[in-house]
Structures are given as C-alpha cells and as structure tokens.
Design a protein around this ligand. Structure first.
Ligand SMILES: Cc1cc2nc3c(=O)[nH]c(=O)nc-3n(C[C@H](O)[C@H](O)[C@H](O)COP(=O)(O)OP(=O)(O)OC[C@H]3O[C@@H](n4cnc5c(N)ncnc54)[C@H](O)[C@@H]3O)c2cc1C
Ligand code: FES
Length: 348
C-alpha cells in the first residue's frame, strides 16, 4: 500500500504533534507528522488508532484523518471533547506541538475511494463530519467535477465544525452544495438556516435526486438510525448507502458460556498459557473469561488494538476495517472478531 518513501506505522509507530488549532469551543485539530519527513498514504475517510498513556495504562481510541491524502506530508485529526471521556480530554489538555503520540493505521474502509461516483450525498452530525470533510477536501483539491450535497447537523451555530471552510468550499466549487441545520440558537447568535433534526423533506429539498446518489453517513447512533430509515423511505439503494459509527457499543463483561458446540484449545505461546475457546466465542472474550486482560478498545474489529499474530491454526474473522490485507497475509488477526475453527497457537 505504501511506497518506499511512505510512512509505515509498523516501522515507525510514533508521530509528532506539530500544530494545535481550536476549531470550536470544544473541538480541536491536531496536526501530526512523522519524526523524519515521509509521505502518508491513506484514503479519504480512513482513521488512525491513537494510544495514550493514562497513569501507566495504555488506552486507545480511533480518530479519522480529517485532512486530504493529497497533502501527504502531514495528517490532521479533529477531536471533540466528550464529557467524562478519558482520551478526548487528554488530547485537548495535554497534546502540544513537539509531543510524540503512538498510532496505528491508516485503517478502515469507509471511503469514497471504494465507491467512485459522479454524485454524492454526505450526511453528518456533530464530530461525524470529519471523514466526510476529508472526502470533500480531497474532491476539492483534486478539482474533480463531482457533484456533492453535504447536509450537516449541529446542536447550535457555535458547534458547527469547519463552518468557515464549508462556506468557502461551497463558494469555490460549482458542484458543492452545503446545508447546515442547527437544533438551537447559540448564545449571541440566532440561527437563520434550517432548524431541527434530520427529516425526509429536509433531505429531499437538499438532494431531490437522493436515490441516485452514493450516500455516506457518519454521526451519533440515534442520528444514524434516523438517517437509515429516511434513506429507505426515499428509495435509496442499500448498496449505495455507506455509514460509519463513532460510537461503539460498550463491551459486555465475559460470562460463562452454555454453548455445547465444538471447543478448541488456544495456546498463548509467550504467556505460557493454554485456554479453551468455543467455536462461537471470540478469542478476546475467551481470554477475558480465563482472567486474561489483553490490549483492546473497540471490540468491533475497527481499531486494530487487539491485533495479534496467529502462529498456527485457522480462525473465522469478521473485521470492520481494523486490519489491512497485507497484515492478514502476514497471519495477523483481530482477537475481538475472530472465532476458532481449529486448535490455535497465538503469539501472545
Ligand atoms: C472509526 C472511528 C473514527 C472516529 N473519529 C473521530 C474523530 O474524527 N473525532 C472525534 O472527536 N471522535 C472520533 N471518534 C470517537 C473517538 O474514538 C472516541 O470515542 C471519542 O473521542 C471519545 O473518547 P474518550 O476516551 O474521550 O471517551 P470514551 O471512553 O469513548 O467515553 C465516551 C463516553 O462514554 C462513557 N463510557 C465509556 N466507557 C464506558 C463504560 N464502560 N461504561 C459506562 N460509560 C462509559 C464515558 O464516561 C464518556 O461519557 C471516532 C471513533 C471511531 C470508531
Ligand atoms: S479491539 Fe478494536 S479491533 Fe479488536
């Protein structure tokens, strides 16, 4: 995937923060560069997994690369503070120019690059704007004659991420139309544009030809559920509707199993332990049930934190973009979404 001069996370998993910019009252952008100049190769919409050390405990979270791959010397992530959230607040409070940060990536398959089209509909809410912004910046910088309707929902005008840039892109690009809707006014600013949550009339007013567009959606879970149902009502083809969720389910604690199907042994070579894992249980859940706490974050095959080498045996893996084809070819697996099909030996 990368040229010889390209940056590779497996060779150099540390980037250096070079700039920090305030975007809104609770959103900041962080520009990241390799320690030695090297080009980043990624697709618009892909993400990185950052790992930060919180009181001696590594903790990982995914952040979309909001910048365009056509500016490959640096990456930008744009992070919203989540009340009570450890990593988003740590980044806002501690990551400063000159600081190193550990990353894995680029990861993920949510990208216009996989679905080329002449007409797109981008739908986002809150911080879900970041992957779509990377896609829009890329279309703009490549001067592609692509028609984009971008409908973004924010809480108030003070919460509109990339507000000025969206206005500029719409003004500069003849085929880009931006519609921003707010739920409420901000202190000191009355919102004069569309109001309220996403509705079918609002979507059809923005893109009457919605059913013929390639649709990309990202936002909080209730927003995504509402959009999904509206797109069905509007006659959009499911295969042309792509979505990414930033909000992963909180993993449930591993429970004792009542499964009576095949069970395999899993040798953890470096730990010197062997555990049992049923055919329907993920390797991460089986390890947790045996009292082993292994590195993990999303539990949904997205972040890559649980990536491990499979030394022998066969698994069934249902990843969601957290592992690359070259890593699969190197016998790497994600423990959170792999179930055994034979006795296994893992490099843990
Ligand atoms: C593919 C992908 C791309 C993303 N891109 C971006 C991006 O570009 N910008 C961005 O801002 N965010 C992005 N995110 C979200 C980001 O990864 C983090 O989830 C977000 O920053 C919050 O992390 P946190 O550690 O601060 O809070 P989290 O730990 O995620 O917590 C969020 C909230 O859930 C609560 N919570 C967490 N765990 C538990 C638990 N076990 N029990 C009860 N409550 C719990 C916390 O108290 C907090 O209120 C992305 C996510 C994904 C999956
Ligand atoms: S924990 Fe995120 S991919 Fe496994």
């Amino acid at each position: 995937m990368l040229t010889p001069s390209g940056w590779r996370d497996d060779l150099d998993p540390t980037l250096v923060c070079s700039e920090v910019h305030d975007v809104t009252h609770d959103v900041r952008s962080f520009v990241l560069r390799p320690a030695e100049p090297a080009a980043f190769r990624f697709l618009p919409g892909q993400h990185l997994t950052l790992t930060v050390d919180l009181d001696g405990r590594p903790i990982s979270r995914c952040y979309t690369i909001a910048s365009s791959p056509l500016r490959p010397d640096a990456l930008t992530i744009t992070v919203k503070r989540v009340p009570g959230g450890p990593v988003s607040n740590w980044l806002h409070d501690h990551l400063r120019p000159g600081d190193p940060v550990a990353v894995d990536g680029p990861l993920g398959g949510f990208s216009t690059a996989h679905h080329p089209a002449e007409r797109y509909l981008f739908l986002s809410a809150g911080s879900g704007i970041t992957p779509l912004m990377s896609m829009l910046r890329t279309i703009h910088e490549a001067c592609e004659p692509v028609d984009v309707v971008f409908v973004h929902h924010a809480r108030t005008p003070a919460d509109i991420i990339f507000r000025d840039e969206l206005e500029q892109l719409e003004a500069q690009h003849p085929y880009v139309r931006v519609v921003v809707a707010c739920e409420d006014d901000a202190e000191g600013e009355r919102w004069m544009g569309p109001r309220g949550r996403v509705t079918l009339p609002m979507l059809l007013a923005a893109a009457p030809d919605l059913a013929e567009r390639e649709v990309f959606t990202c936002g909080p879970a209730p927003y995504m559920a509402a959009v999904r149902s509206l797109l069905v009502q509007a006659g959009a083809h499911p295969e042309r509707c792509h979505e990414e969720s930033f909000h992963l389910a909180i993993p449930v604690a591993a429970r004792a199993s009542t499964f009576t199907g095949p069970t395999y042994t899993v040798e953890l070579r470096r730990s010197g332990r062997t555990i049992e894992c049923e055919e329907r249980t993920t390797l991460l859940a089986a390890a947790a049930r045996s009292g082993l706490s292994l590195p993990s974050s999303c539990h949904e095959g997205v972040c890559g934190t649980c990536k491990t080498s499979l030394l022998s045996g066969r698994v069934h893996m249902e990843s969601a973009g957290g592992i690359r084809p070259r890593e699969v070819a190197q016998q790497k697996i994600l423990l959170c979404c792999s179930t055994p099909r034979e006795d296994l030996v893992l490099d843990i």
